[in-house]
Design a protein. Structure first.
Length: 232
């Protein structure tokens, strides 16, 4: 198994330089909804992009990440522009330092597909949520971003089509098309694996969104998948 923490430690400065203080994601904001006055954990928060956004919307935020280097960037940004965010160095697989039932909501933005073990991660997230609390996450779409995928350009009409393969081959794979600021290794899981694992952890999905992308190929099929779960 690839050490994800080590990978992000090595890429932390480049990742921060590429992503910076953050960018808007209206689909994610819409799914999270009104967070004013809520206590929210941002799991795999990186350099704190989503933590800052949630704090700006009125939430009390705790950012959690396994990379000390990314957290150093997050804490520096917090010092430069305070938003009352607490940052915690912890592993998403266990969240050992986080008490049970201590958050109204948990978010995990574009990270679950980079975390080696899904089941312990979502069970830990369920544990720290209050009953009825929400878990909102986004991932690359597992149906259209697989261990063997690509794009086919029709030289007659110029349209681009998405080609996918090895959908049933779950586990780590070397993603040669990822941005250079991201680890090469990602973890493919079938859509049913996500749904069933979340449900078994007491986090059934109550809403899913598949936004239309900017590029022509992602206007034909969705490149990203967003979902909101509610703790039983």
């Amino acid at each position: 198994m690839v050490n994800l923490t080590s990978a992000y430690e090595e890429l932390a400065d480049a990742y921060h330089a590429g992503v910076g203080a953050g960018f808007d994601d209206p689909t994610f904001d819409a799914l999270v909804g009104d967070v004013n006055g809520q206590r929210i954990a941002a799991v795999a928060c990186g350099q704190g992009r989503d933590a800052r956004r949630l704090a700006e919307l009125g939430a009390e935020v705790v950012g959690i990440d396994a990379s000390a280097s990314l957290l150093a960037h997050a804490r520096r940004l917090e010092q430069e522009s305070p938003r009352g965010i607490e940052y915690v160095h912890d592993d998403a697989h266990e969240l050992r330092s986080i008490p049970d039932a201590s958050f109204d909501a948990v978010v995990c933005h574009m990270a679950l597909m980079d975390i080696p073990e899904l089941e312990p991660t979502v069970r830990s997230i369920a544990r720290i949520l209050k009953p009825g609390g929400s878990f909102v996450a986004s991932i690359v779409h597992p149906c259209y971003k697989t261990p063997a995928d690509g794009e086919l350009i029709d030289h007659v009409d110029g349209t681009t089509r998405r080609i996918v393969g090895r959908y049933f081959d779950e586990g780590p794979y070397n993603s040669v098309t990822r941005l250079e600021i991201l680890p090469r290794v990602a973890y493919h899981r079938m859509l049913s694996t996500y749904v069933n694992t979340l449900t078994a952890a007491g986090l059934p999905i109550v809403k899913m969104l598949e936004p239309v992308g900017d590029r022509p190929v992602w206007q034909a099929v969705p490149g990203l998948l967003y979902f909101r779960c509610q703790r039983a």
